[in-house]
Write a protein that binds this ligand. Structure first.
Ligand code: UD1
Length: 427
């Protein structure tokens, strides 16, 4: 397994191109199942999860042509996906188990083919993460659903039927699945308490370009008037707000000054407010954002994760690393996922002073962090260890970096270009 070596202490300066958002790209790729036409997606990040989704879709009969730039910056890759004929409505366990977002094919397959059999996602390191909201919503749209031998078996006679779905809690994935399914349902569907994440809006915009009738994108109430078919379209994936936030924190933790090309302030407003309170400057500039730290030391901040537009859970681990060296104490409360503090023991091994009480962590600032050998446990936890390593004295070695490859495109290259002493040791 590959490892990442970091020698900390370098102040980062320079430019980092922000890639297209993985969490937008995955549902957008699944949306190709809704049409016989060709869906052309640009600005796709070059990541393991994207390849996993491509494999999964090709197994359903989707033909995929890659004709974009595979390596260069925020212009990203271009995929043309065509689901002219769906050859299989079964999504096997070996694909779903590596990526929970595989569940996003359930709504489109069911809406288009009237049946789908998708393996239940397995347990996940950051909590139990059930799919009950996806299934309940599809049942409300008229699907019959059975759970058998680890599979979700869903079918519907004729078309799904529009209805009013009130989501009991905000779920990004369930909103996306139901939104896609409702596009081909008969009549009107209203989704109340829908997720407002930019990735949901990006999906809605693409579906509209494909001929769907969707009102309220970006709000917590989506109104979808079903159509009998959708057509092909071209769509550019929105920039990755989590990658933007992560590199903004890399600038902050190293006292650096970085330009994030393609970064958008409107996608990270709550994060930007938190960073400003911590003494970090974020300024929109032509084509991106400039981030630099004003103060000698990062100032303590309290953070609570919330659905968008609140502070994202996917930046919780990173901000914890960032506030490890303040003068005072910070409190971070995680409200979205239980068990999402697995980075805490690793950060403590690097000298951080963190205590977890239920859903909250108290971080008492220390003078400095020290390099150590640490273990990545999930995607965002691993990148928090990278941030800590950039600021720490001495060498940090991060194991299990395959987690990082699921969500950060060319991480070492982007950081090294700004002066970080970081390298990958391939095994
Ligand atoms: C998506 C993101 C993930 C992010 C999360 C929250 C993708 C591919 N992943 O994950 O990076 O951390 O949003 O912003 O976009 N829940 C249920 N029942 C369900 C579905 C969810 O109880 O059927 C719960 C979850 O356990 C969690 C909460 O709802 O506590 C929010 O999860 P959800 O928004 O669905 O996360 P994902 O879509 O899986």
């Amino acid at each position: 397994m590959d490892r990442i070596h970091i020698r900390g202490g370098n102040r980062l300066t320079g430019t980092i191109p922000i890639s297209g958002a993985k969490n937008a790209a995955l549902p957008l790729m699944a949306a190709s199942l809704l049409t016989q036409g060709t869906l052309r997606l640009s600005n796709l990040p070059n990541l393991v999860d994207i390849s996993t989704m491509a494999n999964l879709l090709s197994q359903h009969g989707v033909s995929l042509e890659m004709n974009g730039n595979a390596t260069g910056g925020h212009t990203g890759r271009v995929f043309s996906l065509n689901a002219g004929t769906i050859t299989s409505t079964v999504t096997p366990y070996n694909l779903v188990r590596t990526m929970r977002a595989s569940i996003l094919v359930l709504g489109p397959l069911l809406a288009r083919e009237g049946k789908a059999q998708v393996s239940l996602p397995g347990g996940c390191a950051i909590g139990t993460r059930p799919v009950d909201l996806h299934l309940q919503g599809l049942e409300q749209l008229g699907a019959e659903i059975e759970l058998e031998e680890g599979y979700i078996r869903a079918c519907v006679k004729g078309r799904l039927k529009g209805t009013h779905i009130v989501m009991p809690i905000v779920s990004v994935g369930a909103t996306e699945n139901l939104l896609m399914a409702a596009c081909l349902a008969e009549g009107t569907t209203i989704i109340s308490n829908a997720a407002r994440e930019p990735e949901v809006s990006d999906l809605a915009n693409c579906l509209v370009a494909m001929g769907a009738k969707i009102g309220g994108a970006g709000s917590d109430t989506l109104t979808i008037t079903g159509v009998t078919s959708l057509k092909g379209a071209s769509h550019e994936v929105v920039s990755d707000r989590i990658e933007t936030g992560t590199y903004a924190m890399a600038a902050a933790i190293t006292g650096g000054d970085i330009t994030l090309t393609g970064g958008r302030l409107d996608l990270i407003e709550s994060t930007a407010k938190t960073l400003i309170r911590a003494g970090v400057d974020i300024t929109p500039i032509d084509g991106g954002l400039r981030v630099c730290r004003k103060s000698d030391r990062i100032e303590e901040v309290d953070v609570m994760t919330e659905p968008f537009p609140g502070f994202p859970t996917d930046l919780q681990a990173q901000i914890m690393a960032m506030v490890a060296c303040t003068k005072g104490a910070s409190m971070i409360t995680e409200t979205i996922f239980e068990n999402r503090f697995m980075h805490v023991p690793e950060l403590c091994r690097m000298g951080a002073n963190i205590h977890v009480h239920g859903a909250s962590a108290i971080i008492r600032g220390v003078e400095g962090l020290t390099g150590a050998q640490v273990m990545a446990t999930d995607l965002r936890a691993s990148v928090s260890l990278v941030l800590a390593g950039l600021a720490a004295e001495g060498e940090t070695v991060i194991d299990r970096v395959y987690h990082l490859d699921r969500g950060y495109e060319r991480l070492e290259e982007k950081l090294a270009a700004c002066g970080a002493d970081i390298s990958r040791i391939r095994k």
